[in-house]
Design a protein around this ligand. Structure first.
Ligand code: BGC
Length: 815
């Protein structure tokens, strides 16, 4: 079988894939998944099942709690690297992870544009800017697909908030859609040749994305000549016939509720032409062929491989992503420092990733306290949490377990005949498929047992939610009984309300823990055991005292995967759980404080001017602690630049005026003025500007030169490292307009390059522009134009730190 590569700009036609061996019903079955993570095998064509997995910041696997995977830095961290080579290596490493787990298609990257920082999945996206997002997305996808694993870019399009995500419709003008929200998808298709696109849950201009013909067939397949698979988001298909007619090829998860066998009925009834079904089948076949999904199919087990090379890369990315916002000289910590206070609820256990489908179960969690201790010989390090940021029930911390939980499956709790074994790495287990070949998802039981030991003496609050029935025994004694459960909203809506119990534990004493569960005939099975530590009085006072007695304070504040998660937006962007007060008290006690923000999206930083240094670490993956410790001690430099604007106040973000929408509609009233475009246009001062980030050295920009050949512009500028250590500079080229009254954003990022420059060295950085990068959407003509104009080239170290300007006059052309 061969695969036809389409010429750009032509609709794909694939008559070469011969489907005559398949009946109508067999073809229709291909439009629904086999289960949650697989497309069905097509034995008649020699093709095996195709396995998918989330993504996008690690390879999650299909059962939560069971398969550990390397946790990579989150999307905004990748955005903050401004480094396309690193993004490509990130992709290559993810492909390696995918191969180890038998995965053919990675569900990522997420390339939606960050409209508002309250959106629950902000941390998954790269940036508020379409150019930066596009460049990183293309590199990431090429990195993955170059290794023979596919990417499924998502969520097409405008899944920019979690509020009412399944029902809300984004109301977006065409120029805004074309210039801001679609370019990263377009680049993924046209430049990176992405193998699959996932439609968004939400609607676009009144029509759900999964059945939006203009979007899926008109733009994606016809205009962009996409030859891959259009797949729905999980449970994001809402009708029988409309999605098939609109060009959606596959409904996920399987078994299909709307497509699948129902498409055969629709063909028989004359509601869907068979040619439409055939086209979807060919796309399924093409994807399987590309991904090498062959008979006899993939190995059933999902393998854990902790690859040192990929782990090293995860650390390199975390370092390259960390943004030094300000520094009055405290960092890097010098030899004079004798005592360091490490403070903050996230400080000992950095939050590696956000919540939802992107969450992976990391192999390790190195503590920042330990990582710093390894690097600061002879320095006393004291640690104080200062407060906690628990949003609700606290999942059992893995560190309470002596090892892990041995989990054994049974057909029911009465039988003692084992039907499979697993290892559970915490107190949470959720599966949407049978956990062992010997049992079925809707009917199995399990026992998970191990030893726990509490680090603190006092009254621990235990809680349990589950599907079906479950109970927890401690040293053989029943402590939580939820065998007859009251329905609640846990576990995707299939779980129970929590049952709770306070249990006195003594620090260091070991107890035998046993969790028993029986499924309830549901599409989801699982449980989550919570254990909240006893309230510790005086946390704030202790943190304050530790700060006062230290030469330097490392204060880590932020969120966690319960505050920033798929499925729920944040109410605002202020610090949660008493951290605001903690920052104030610590800064008052000791201004020699570096505040580290460990969150995937912006938070308000009213204290920033009073801290000696401020850094943004994002959700750095599981290598975050050593990466940060390297930076704090000067072994590495913070390489990141902001991929988004940090506002002074949430109200300063343009989209907030329209967020979250009403009556099922959210109007993108800010138009083109997303992110820094708005701050520049409305002349609002951000707390920290898009593109901003310092290093431990300084750079000077020399005199730029520009060569213009028709519409090809080549701009170069010498950049000198004037400091005494090597560092990376991100040279940013914005294009502004000198024509008054265009109504366009004052400046837009059109090129950038990250370069490593030795002390005293001068590097000439060359950046290219062409008609494509300077195009705008003509609403009246509904086409791209590169209009004649009096432009200005801005060579900048951030959107608010323009070092050199050059005028540029260009003739107009139609794209
Ligand atoms: C998310 C997708 C994800 C899918 C499968 C959905 O809830 O929106 O991003 O790939 O689940 O886990």
């Amino acid at each position: 079988m061969s695969v036809i590569e389409p010429a750009a700009g032509t609709a794909v036609s694939t008559p070469d894939i011969d489907l005559s061996a398949l009946t109508l019903d067999e073809k229709a079955a291909l439009t629904g998944g086999e289960d949650v993570w697989h497309l069905r095998a097509i034995p008649a064509l020699g093709l095996g099942r195709l396995r998918m997995s989330d993504g996008p910041s690690g390879l999650r696997g299909e059962r939560r709690g069971l398969t550990r995977s390397l946790a990579f830095p989150c999307g905004t961290a990748v955005g903050a690297t401004w480094d396309v080579d690193l993004a490509a290596r990130y992709g290559e490493a993810l492909a390696g992870e995918a191969r180890d787990k038998g995965v053919h298609l990675l569900l990522g990257p997420t390339v939606c544009i960050i409209r508002t920082p309250v959106a629950g999945r902000t941390f998954e996206s790269f940036s508020e800017d379409p150019w930066l997002t596009s460049r990183l997305a293309v590199a990431y996808i090429r990195g993955v697909q170059g290794q023979g694993v596919g990417c499924c870019v998502k969520h097409f399009v405008c899944n920019d908030q979690e509020f009412e995500r399944m029902t809300i419709s984004a109301i977006v003008e065409e120029d805004v859609l074309r210039e801001i929200h679609l370019p990263a998808f377009e680049a993924a298709v046209k430049e990176a040749g992405v193998w699959a696109v996932m439609t968004a849950y939400n609607g676009l201009n009144g029509v759900p994305c999964s059945e939006n013909e203009e979007l899926v067939t008109g733009i994606l397949k016809d205009e962009w000549a996409f030859d891959g698979l259009a797949v729905s988001d999980w449970l994001g298909t809402y009708h029988h016939v409309a999605p098939a007619l609109a060009g959606l090829d596959v409904e996920m998860p399987g078994p299909a509720r709307y497509l699948g066998s129902q498409v055969a009925d629709a063909v028989r009834a004359g509601d869907v032409p068979e040619a439409v079904l055939d086209e979807s089948c060919r796309r399924v076949v093409r994807l399987m062929d590309r991904a090498g999904a062959r008979v006899p199919g993939v190995a059933p087990g999902l393998v854990e491989v902790d690859d040192p090379g990929r782990r090293g890369l995860a650390r390199e990315i975390a370092t390259a992503a960390t943004v030094l916002l300000s520094n009055d000289g405290l960092l890097p910590l010098t030899d004079g420092v004798r005592r360091v206070a490490v403070i903050g609820p996230n400080a000992d256990h950095l939050q590696s990733g956000g919540g939802g489908s992107s969450l992976v179960l990391p192999f390790t969690h190195q503590s920042l306290v330990e990582a710093l201790g390894e690097r600061l010989n002879g320095v006393e390090i004291v640690y104080e949490p200062g407060c906690d940021i628990n949003r609700g029930a606290v999942p059992l911390d893995r560190r309470l377990l002596t090892g892990n939980l041995a989990m054994r499956y049974f057909h029911d709790l009465e039988s003692n005949e084992a039907a499979g074994d697993d290892i559970l790495w915490g107190g949470t287990f959720i599966t949407t498929s049978a956990p062992s070949p010997a049992v079925s998802l809707d009917r199995f039981a399990l026992r998970a047992g191990g030893t726990i030991s509490a680090p603190l003496t006092g009254l621990w609050q235990f809680s349990l939610v589950n599907t079906g029935g479950a109970r927890v025994l401690l040293d053989g004694k029943l402590v939580l009984d939820n065998m007859v459960a009251v329905p609640g909203d846990s576990m995707y809506g299939y779980g129970s309300a929590p049952v709770t119990a306070g249990i006195e534990l003594v620090a260091g004493e070991e107890h035998e823990l046993l969790i028993e569960m029986e499924t309830g005939g549901l599409p989801v099975a699982g449980f989550s055991l919570g254990a909240q530590a006893p309230e510790q009085p005086g946390l704030l006072g202790r943190a304050e005292a530790a700060a006062r007695d230290a030469d330097a304070v490392i204060l880590v504040v932020g969120t966690d995967n319960d505050w920033e998660t798929e499925g729920r937006d944040r109410a605002d962007i202020s610090l949660v759980g008493g951290q605001e007060q903690l920052v104030e008290r610590v800064l008052a006690a000791n201004p020699r404080t570096a505040v580290i923000v460990n969150a995937g999206s912006p938070i308000e930083m009213p204290w920033a001017d009073r801290a000696a240094a401020n850094l943004v670490l994002w959700f750095p993956g599981e290598e975050g602690a050593p990466a940060l410790a390297d930076i704090l001690t000067g072994r590495a430099e913070p390489g990141g630049r902001l991929p988004l604007t940090i506002p002074r106040r949430l109200e300063d973000v343009a989209a907030q005026r329209w967020y979250p929408g009403a009556d099922g509609r959210v109007v993108y009233g800010e138009g083109l003025m997303v992110g820094y475009r708005h701050f520049d246009h409305a002349k609002v001062e951000p707390a920290f500007a898009f593109g901003h980030g310092l290093t431990f050295t300084n750079f000077e920009y020399g005199v730029p030169e520009v060569a213009v050949d028709g519409w090809t512009v080549s701009a170069s500028i010498p950049v000198t490292n004037t400091g005494d250590r090597a560092g990376t500079e991100v040279v940013q080229l914005y294009v502004g307009r000198r024509d008054a009254g265009t109504g366009r954003p004052p400046q837009e990022l059109k090129a950038f390059r990250k370069v490593l420059i030795a002390p005293g060295e001068t590097v000439t950085v060359t950046l290219e522009l062409d008609a494509g990068s300077l195009r705008t959407w003509d609403k009246a003509e509904r086409t791209w134009v590169s209009a004649a104009g009096r432009f200005e080239l801005l060579f900048a170290a951030s959107s608010r730190d323009v070092r050199r300007r050059l005028p540029l006059d260009l003739p107009g052309v139609r794209a």
